[in-house]
Structure formats: structure tokens, C-alpha cells
Design a protein around this ligand. Structure first.
Ligand code: ADP
Ligand code: MG
Length: 734
């Protein structure tokens, strides 16, 4: 009997009561459950002094019991065990409800260790039902890594741990997708062993080895995926475009600024790629504000003037519109037709001003044309467009304008490739990923792009993707596989640096006053805060709403505050961002979902609450939301944390504004036990740590190469093939 395939509802302690809840996490069978990994570990291993405790933080303290008593509340008929624990620096209270047996062990003058969340009431700070043990014992529940699982409404990590204990024995039946010779060669544990170690790490070494195994598996799959894409991409043809040096030189010299050396180099690399009859596959990696758009524009101009069409895609409508606006400005004096195409099939053809605005009808079948102001200096050179100006334009006609080549450059969301859009001669596709795009996502996108329908049979478009997440050089192979890379590691000169400051609770008021002053002078601010209980969606909603209410009522009663959180639909999120951009709010309160890449030049302040809970790279991304104009901008990192680790980590933000340096630092500082990324569950995050392991990456790269040589379609490795399929499924482009 295959125990792994047993449905969870058949498991006695789960049953019909919990199975539907687990299904929401996509867990249906015992196997699914076993592969539901902790997405982080509460690190109770760093003990702090009692005087340093802060309300709201999880912590471990050690001390001696100075008082212990049991009280019965007559109202609620509850037994409360109350203890006072002291170390050299102070005393803290701990309470447990309805666990009377605890008081037998917690007697005065015993040494104990407490781990848990610190709360505050009118009697001061206290631990509410903390994990505890006598300090003479080796730590198991406290002072160690405690796995925390992705939760859902109605299920706690504790419950999952408990069930896992019951089911872990079935892990032995798991079949390993990794070929045995590879595991042996690397001295890595089998899948079954590794699964057990991740759920119940006995020793740190055992846990790290398990982690390394999954990291290897992840990197190996990434390598397989990217190498497969590369093999098939490199077999294709593309149009070779003449590098119009004269045109580009003129364009560059007409810019209101001088290009940085990094921009020059990247543009040159791209233009050289476009000359080849092979499809480009290049990533332009540059920090926020490093000037990627102009590099993309140079490539586009060259392609358009060589007679081809270009498409620029962004993950959201707001970002697409933003690109559209900057491209319109950049090409204002060039005779280029620029279109904007988004999910709603809006098309605006524009040289300098919007002249046509096709709006989606209710039924989406027919698109109405609104003629906006036509300025006299604007010539409509395109007779076809003029002829349809006063008519209705169907979706088909709209596509026809792309089809017959009337539109030179089309900007939009990924909808462009997902819908049945046809082109006359699309020869360059630029994708602005903004955030870190997964390898699988990029592979999928490339596949779609190579299928784009146009009048260039046998040729696929050149492909340029742009990301604003600096990746340490040591990681590029792991992350990008065999992609060609151009890096903008240099900022345009005359950029004002963003004043960054770590703020402890006592200075809060001062900062709030400063925010009011800035807003009074017409600026806007972001306030970012982490989630209270990660991945608890309902809690996110509640926490976000509460935070927003608190700030609106008590701190900034005279200002208008918008709210952005992960529970909003993507169209709702876009509306909030747009409203903020349109200055309908003074302050945008947001969870970490705040749109990467959105340009709000008027925002000059970003406050990040509980900053220590974010990774450095993420903090740097947040900081990039401000400083997008010539106004002085500020980033305030609020923290209550007293641990030295957290402080030195945040200190890096004060010291440098170089995203690549921060990424390196982030990587270096993240020792075992600290995990990057709390968004996703399962393998990728667990593997993140080891992605820094250059040696492991090289090994994975070589093994992947060898494996694909042996079996190009992985036919000889059916389990691996299946795993790769899973890895590539579930692609979300946003
Ligand atoms: P990102 O890399 O984040 O996409 P953008 O392309 O949006 O950055 O550029 C940010 C701003 O910097 C834009 O206003 C752009 O015009 C300006 N910019 C780009 N390159 C330079 C440069 N070499 N010197 C000065 N300003 C520049
Ligand atoms: Mg950009």
C-alpha cells in the first residue's frame, strides 16, 4: 500500500474537520503534508538580557525563579501559574493558563530558560505561555531553532508540528528524484532523511546538511531548466539589425544628461547582440534609478529605425503606463508610433500627446474611440489611423494595427504575449521584471516569446529582460544560469543620496512630526510594516487595517492615508497606487506588497516599521521608492530590536546606498539560522542560503550539463523530469 498517497481526511487526527483547511494550502495527501516544509525557524538561540526585552518581540531569556504562585480566577474559573524570573539585569513575569502541573516544576530558585513572545499589560512586560525548560537541560523547545510552518486560517504551526510528528514515519517511502550517484558524490542525505531533518532537526549539522541537499536539488533544477532553455533558444534564428551608429550617437548627444559608463557599455553590448542573426538573451541588472529605461530606449530606437517593431512589457498596468509615459517623452521628437496595450485593451497612440484613446466597452467586443484634443502641431502621418479615427474599433482591428505595422512600439503588461496579439515584424522584446523573476518564470516567458506570431517566419525576437534587484556576482550563475548579463553598477551623477537613519522607539514622535512637516510642504510618505503573523492572510488583513486605523486616528488625524495590502485584488492594488500617485493620499500605509518600480517622485519619506524583520535587500528595495526626484529624501528604519545582530545588519543600510554592496552584505551576514524571504514556503527559501555557495553552484551546473548530455529530454531520468515539470508548473508572471 502506498501510504504517501493516502488522503489526509483519512488520517484520524486530521479527518474531515481539518482536511479542507489543509487543502487550501494545496495539501491533499500524506506526501504533500510531508513536503510542507517550515518556511522559517524561530531563532531562539540568541539569548538576551531581561532588561533588553521589548514588547512584541520573540525572545529567549535565562534566569532564576524568584517567585512562583498559582492563582484561580473565580470569574473565568481559570488556573493561572505566575512566575517571576530574574537575571543580573532585571525581572520579568511569565504566565501560563490552565496548566497547573507547571507550578510543580517551576519552584523558587530554579534556573530556567523561557522562549516566546513578549507582551505588555498594565503591570509591565510579560511572557504569555512561553516555551520553557530548566536551564540544566539541553535546549529542545527553547533556545534553539523552532520550525515555523506556512499557516492558514484555523491552523497553527504548533498544530502542524504535532501532526507532523505523527506522520513523519511515512517519509521513508519517499522516492528520491536525484540520481543516487550524485547524492553519493556529494555526501548528501537521501530525500527521506532530509525531510525528517527539516521538520525535526536534531542537531544543527544534520539540519544544515538537509538544507544543503534541498539547496542542491533546487540549484540543480534551476540549472537544468536554464540550460534546456538555452539549448533550444540557441538553435533559433533572429533578424540581424544594423547598428545605426550615427542615429544612436545623435540620440545620446541630444539627451539632457550624459550616460554613465555602465549605461554606455550595456547599450553597446545590446546593440552588438542585435547585429547577430541569433536571438539575444540578455539580462540588464541595475539598481533602482540606475537608468535602465534609457538603455532600453536606445535598443528600441535602433530596432525601430531598422524597420522593426518593439514590445516592452511590465508586470502591472501602472508600471506599463509609467513606461509608456517615459518612452513617449524620450521619443517626443522622433517619428515613432507608440501604443499602450493593457488587459482592458486600451490603446493610445501617441507621439507627444494622446490622440486616440480606445476604451473598452462593457462587453469588451467593441472598443470605442474617443478623440482627445488634437494639437495642431501634431501631424498624423498614418492614414490608416486617421481613417478609423471616428469609427468603432474592434479588438480585431486593434490587433490589425499591430499586425500591419502601424504601431512601432507597443507597451503593456504581459497580456501582450498572453493574448492573441499578432505583429508585422516584432524583432525585440523587452521585459521589465522589476522584482526578482524566478528562473521558471523567465523560461516560460521565453517560450511564449519564441511563439509570437508575426510576419517573420523562422525568426524569433531578441529578448532583453531588466531587473531592479541587484544580485551579488557570486549568485549570478545560480540565479541566471547561462544568461548573458549587463550590469549597471553605477548611478547617474548628481543623485542626492537618501538620508537613512535607524530610529528607536523613543525617537518615534520626532519622526512623525518631521513627516507632518514634509507633508505640509507638499510631499508624500510611505509607511511600510511587516505582517504580524506571516502568511496568515486573515491576520494580514486585520493587522493592515488596524495599523492604518491607528495611524489615521491617533498619529496623523489631519492627513489622508491610503492602505495597500496583500488581500486586495491586483486591480484594487493598482488603483491605490495610482491614487497615491495622483496625490489623493498624503501617506500610503503598506505591507511589503508595495509595488516595486512605481515612480512617485513626490514621495520623499519612507518609514519602515520593525525594519529588522526584513532582509537588507528588501529594505533597499523599499528605500528605492523614494529619492526619485531632485528633492532630498529620507528613509527611517524603525526598530525595537536590541540584538546586536539586528543592529549591525541595519547599520549596513546607513552606511551604503549601493544595492550590489548591500546584496553582498546581506548574503555575508545571513548566517545559518537566519532565513531570507518569508513569502514562500518550501524549497526555494530553504535553498536561498546555499545559493551563496559558489562551489555548490558550479557542481550543480556541471552535473546538469552532464545530465543533459546523457539525456537531452531527461528521458533516462523520469523522476527528475517529473520534478522539473513540477518546478516549472504554477508560473505567475506578476
Ligand atoms: P531604473 O533603472 O530604476 O528603471 P530609470 O530608467 O527610471 O531607472 O531612470 C531614473 C531616472 O534617471 C530617470 O528620470 C532618467 O531620466 C534619469 N537618468 C537616466 N540615466 C541618467 C544619467 N546618465 N544621468 C542623469 N540622469 C539619468
Ligand atoms: Mg525602471
Amino acid at each position: 500500500m502506498d501510504y504517501l498517497k493516502i488522503k489526509l481526511e483519512k488520517i484520524p487526527r486530521i479527518g474531515l474537520r481539518y482536511a479542507p483547511i489543509l487543502k487550501k494550502l494545496n495539501l491533499e495527501t500524506v506526501e504533500d503534508f510531508l513536503l510542507h516544509f517550515p518556511f522559517r525557524y524561530e531563532d531562539y538561540s540568541e539569548r538576551i538580557e531581561i532588561a533588553d526585552l521589548q514588547a512584541g518581540e520573540a525572545a529567549t531569556v535565562m534566569g532564576e525563579i524568584s517567585q512562583s504562585k498559582m492563582v484561580r480566577t473565580w470569574k473565568k474559573k481559570m488556573m493561572i501559574t505566575e512566575c517571576f524570573v530574574s537575571d543580573e539585569t532585571g525581572t520579568v513575569r511569565a504566565v501560563w493558563f490552565n496548566q497547573p502541573y507547571i507550578s510543580d516544576s517551576l519552584t523558587v530558585s530554579k534556573g530556567v530558560r523561557l522562549s516566546g513572545k513578549v507582551s505588555e499589560d498594565r503591570n509591565g512586560l510579560f511572557f504569555g505561555s512561553p516555551a520553557w525548560e530548566l536551564s540544566s537541560r539541553t535546549p529542545t523547545n527553547t533556545g534553539r531553532l523552532v520550525p515555523i510552518y506556512p499557516e492558514t486560517e484555523g491552523l497553527t504551526s504548533k498544530w502542524i508540528r504535532w501532526q507532523m510528528q505523527n506522520l513523519i514515519k511515512y517519509a521513508d517511502a519517499l522516492i528520491d528524484p536525484l540520481p543516487e550517484n550524485i547524492l553519493k558524490g556529494l555526501h548528501l542525505p537521501k530525500l527521506s532523511e532530509a525531510v525528517k531533518s527539516l521538520h525535526f532537526p536534531k542537531t544543527l549539522q544534520e539540519f544544515e546538511l538537509a538544507q544543503k541537499r534541498f539547496a542542491f536539488q533546487q540549484i540543480f533544477l534551476v540549472q537544468l531548466a536554464t540550460q534546456k532553455v538555452k539549448i533550444s533558444w540557441d538553435k533559433q534564428n533572429a533578424v540581424s539589425m544594423h547598428f545605426n551608429e550615427e542615429l544612436i550617437k545623435k540620440f545620446v548627444s541630444d539627451l539632457p544628461f550624459t550616460l554613465t559608463d555602465a549605461q554606455r557599455k550595456a547599450a553597446f553590448q545590446i546593440l552588438k547582440d542585435l547585429e547577430k542573426p541569433l536571438p539575444m538573451n540578455r539580462l540588464l541588472n541595475g539598481d533602482v534609478g540606475s537608468g535602465k529605461t534609457i538603455v532600453a530606449a536606445i535598443a528600441s530606437l535602433n530596432a525601430i529605425k531598422a524597420g522593426f517593431q518593439v514590445s516592452i512589457m511590465a508586470p502591472t498596468e501602472v508600471l506599463a503606463r509609467q513606461h509608456y509615459e517615459s518612452i513617449c517623452k524620450i521619443f517626443a521628437s522622433y517619428d515613432i508610433n507608440i501604443g499602450l496595450l493593457t488587459n482592458a485593451y486600451k490603446l493610445i497612440n501617441n507621439f507627444e500627446f494622446p490622440i486616440l484613446n480606445f476604451e473598452s466597452n462593457q462587453n469588451d467586443e467593441c472598443l470605442k474611440i474617443k478623440t482627445l484634443k488634437i494639437q495642431s502641431k501634431l501631424e498624423i502621418k498614418n492614414s490608416k489611423l486617421q481613417s478609423i479615427k471616428n469609427n468603432k474599433l474592434s479588438k480585431e482591428q486593434l490587433i490589425a494595427e499591430l499586425r500591419n505595422g502601424n504601431i512601432d512600439i507597443i507597451i503593456g503588461t504581459h497580456a501582450i504575449i498572453q493574448e492573441a496579439v499578432k505583429f508585422k515584424n516584432l524583432a525585440l522584446v523587452i521585459v521589465d521584471e522589476q522584482h526578482r523573476f524566478g528562473v521558471a518564470q523567465r523560461a516560460y516567458l521565453q517560450q511564449q516569446i519564441s511563439k509570437i506570431n508575426d510576419g517573420l517566419p523562422g525568426k524569433i525576437p531578441h529578448f532583453l529582460t531588466m531587473t531592479a534587484t541587484p544580485i551579488p556576482r557570486t549568485l549570478t550563475l545560480a540565479y541566471f544560469g547561462n544568461l548573458d548579463l549587463s550590469v549597471l553598477d553605477e548611478m547617474p551623477k548628481n543623485r542626492k543620496s537618501i538620508v537613512t537613519e535607524i530610529i528607536t522607539h523613543s525617537k518615534r514622535k520626532e519622526i512623525y512630526d518631521f513627516v507632518e512637516k514634509e507633508i505640509a510642504s507638499g510631499h508624500q510618505a510611505f509607511i511600510i510594516f511587516p505582517l504580524v503573523e506571516e502568511s496568515e492572510k486573515l491576520t494580514e488583513l486585520k493587522a493592515a487595517t488596524q495599523e492604518h486605523e491607528h495611524l489615521s486616528r491617533e498619529i496623523f488625524p489631519k492627513l489622508s492615508l491610503g492602505l495597500l495590502h496583500g488581500r486586495l485584488k491586483s486591480t484594487e492594488k493598482e488603483k491605490v497606487m495610482q491614487d497615491f500617485k495622483d496625490k489623493k493620499y498624503d501617506i500610503l500605509v503598506a505591507t511589503s506588497v508595495v509595488e516595486v518600480g512605481i515612480d512617485i517622485p513626490n514621495a520623499t519619506i519612507i518609514i519602515i516599521e520593525d525594519a529588522e524583520r526584513f532582509g537588507l535587500s528588501q529594505l533597499h528595495q523599499f528605500r528605492g521608492r523614494v529619492g526619485r526626484s531632485d528633492k532630498q529624501s529620507y528613509c527611517f528604519l524603525f526598530t525595537g530590536s536590541k540584538t546586536t545582530k539586528a543592529k549591525s545588519r541595519l547599520g549596513a543600510m546607513e552606511k551604503t546606498s549601493n544595492g550590489f554592496k548591500i546584496a553582498e552584505e546581506d548574503l555575508a551576514l545571513r548566517g545559518p539560522g537566519e532565513f531570507l524571504g518569508t513569502r514562500q514556503s518550501g524549497l526555494p527559501d530553504i535553498a536561498m542560503e546555499h545559493l551563496a555557495n559558489a562551489k555548490l553552484i558550479e557542481i550543480a551546473h556541471d552535473y546538469a550539463e552532464q545530465t543533459l548530455l546523457d539525456s537531452p529530454d531527461l528521458g533516462n531520468f523520469p523522476l527528475l523530469q517529473k520534478e522539473l515539470g513540477k518546478f516549472q508548473a504554477n508560473i505567475h508572471l506578476e
